[in-house]
Design a protein around this ligand. Structure first.
Ligand SMILES: *[C@@H]1O[C@H](CO)[C@@H](O)[C@H](O)[C@H]1NC(C)=O
Ligand SMILES: *[C@@H]1O[C@H](CO)[C@@H](O)[C@H](O)[C@H]1NC(C)=O
Ligand SMILES: *[C@@H]1O[C@H](CO)[C@@H](O)[C@H](O)[C@H]1NC(C)=O
Ligand SMILES: *[C@@H]1O[C@H](CO)[C@@H](O)[C@H](O)[C@H]1NC(C)=O
Length: 368
């Protein structure tokens, strides 16, 4: 405080460092040659003095500003576990390698039977489970990942190398903006080891365009106002930028790329499309069909996508390295509304491949 009071008093040293200028002005009356070099020397002295005074002022100012704050020493990173929960970014202990995700949207693509015209019994529920395999790069006894709006159960951690279970002590959803799911383990995970975390979950589809959402359209013309017979529903996803965590628990940061092995359980008479090619698809009972996809290339969570719809018909594009299919309402496909899209997509893809000098990695490309 004492310093702060004396600081302004010492500031007007300006009178000192202005004097060289006065002298150089006086020197202007002298012969031209030496006058010039003296003016130059004077300016140099002036600049040097200004710099020194500036530095001294900054040091004093810094000390008076920082002095009363008693800054805490820099934290030293703990060697085994993160003692403080992360705020915005995931800790760097674990690197996800592969997700095995099963998702089942319970949505009806059309209202099967209208109980009351005003209250059709549609459902926005989706259920599923996921198992993420990760490499432990630094020992930790807490697994942090993202989850938002999901009801979670059945957490199980397995050591992939020995096949043994690692006990889960408790699990907590942090309600701050980080949306972290904190899974506390009974024993620390060893650096260099591979582990997996299984979780079952259930959630609600959104009616806005994020996460797993429901989209509506009509097929044909409604016979009267409020006619719901032509109303159709489909499930689609939009994970950008950070909504994959609303669909399944994941390490939802773009740098944490992994392979996705996806299974979609969907209603009969619907088709499921995903990031990768379909591996197989079959009925499991009278209502449900299971579609398995091939593993995706290594990719970020925000690129994860799938859709379930009645769009079982598609228009094919001219043959090429990539098999391009354009899906749509069957009446639209039959009427040829997808012809232009089917014809032009291959050219657009080729343009981007040439432009970015990167080939599209997969063999099929599905569009709706
Ligand atoms: C149908 O509507 C009637 C009268 O509006 C109501 O009493 C009944 O509970 C409704 N049923 C269902 C399944 O919503
Ligand atoms: C909707 O109502 C129909 C007829 O009552 C029934 O068969 C169906 O299971 C119901 N769906 C849901 C999701 O409740
Ligand atoms: C995950 O969900 C699917 C579909 O409901 C089910 O068949 C499978 O058994 C579940 N996996 C586990 C490990 O519970
Ligand atoms: C963990 O998995 C990686 C890649 O999947 C493998 O290279 C490594 O050997 C595994 N670690 C152990 C300890 O088995």
């Amino acid at each position: 405080m004492g310093r702060e009071a004396t600081w302004p008093a010492s500031a007007p040293t300006s009178s000192d460092f202005f004097s060289p200028l006065d002298r150089s002005e006086a020197a202007a009356a002298m012969p031209k040659e030496s006058g010039f070099s003296k003016a130059f020397a004077g300016a140099f002295v002036f600049l040097t003095v200004s710099v020194v005074v500036g530095i001294v002022t900054m040091v004093i100012f810094y000390k008076t500003q920082i002095g009363p704050l008693h800054p805490t020493p820099r934290p030293t990173p703990p060697s085994v576990t993160t003692s403080l929960p992360p705020v915005t970014r995931l800790p760097e202990h674990l690197l996800p390698q592969r997700y095995r995700v099963v998702l089942q949207p319970h949505l009806y693509t059309r209202i099967v039977e209208v109980v009351n015209v005003t209250s059709p019994n549609q459902t926005m529920l989706f259920t599923g489970n996921s198992s993420v395999t990760f490499l432990c790069v630094r020992s930790t006894s807490v697994v942090y990942l993202h989850s938002e709006g999901l009801e979670l159960s059945g957490a199980a951690v397995t050591d992939q190398d020995s096949g043994e279970r690692v006990g889960v002590s408790w699990m907590k959803k942090r309600e701050d903006k980080g949306r972290f799911l904190e899974v506390q383990l009974g024993a620390p995970l060893a650096a260099g080891g591979n582990y997996s975390l299984f979780l079952a979950f259930r959630g609600t589809m959104t009616e806005d365009l994020y996460g797993l959402y429901v989209s509506r359209y009509s097929e044909g013309t409604p016979a009267y106002e409020g006619d719901t017979d032509t109303e159709r529903f489909l499930a689609a996803t939009q994970m950008e930028p950070t909504d994959a965590r609303r669909v399944f628990p994941c390490f939802d940061e773009p740098a944490l790329k992994a392979v996705f092995d996806v299974t979609i359980v969907h209603r009969r008479d619907t088709i499921a499309l995903g990031n990768a090619d379909m591996k197989d698809s079959y009925m499991v009972d009278d209502d449900w069909k299971v579609t398995h996809f091939h593993p995706t290339p290594k990719m970020s969570t925000y690129l994860f996508a799938f859709t379930v719809s009645e769009f079982t018909k598609s228009a094919s594009s001219p043959p090429g390295r990539v098999d391009i299919k354009t899906y749509g309402r069957s009446d639209a496909i039959d009427a040829g509304h997808a012809h232009y899209a089917a014809a032009v997509t291959g050219k657009i893809l080729k343009f981007y491949e040439d432009y970015f000098q990167i080939d599209y990695e997969q063999r099929t490309l599905g569009k709706i």
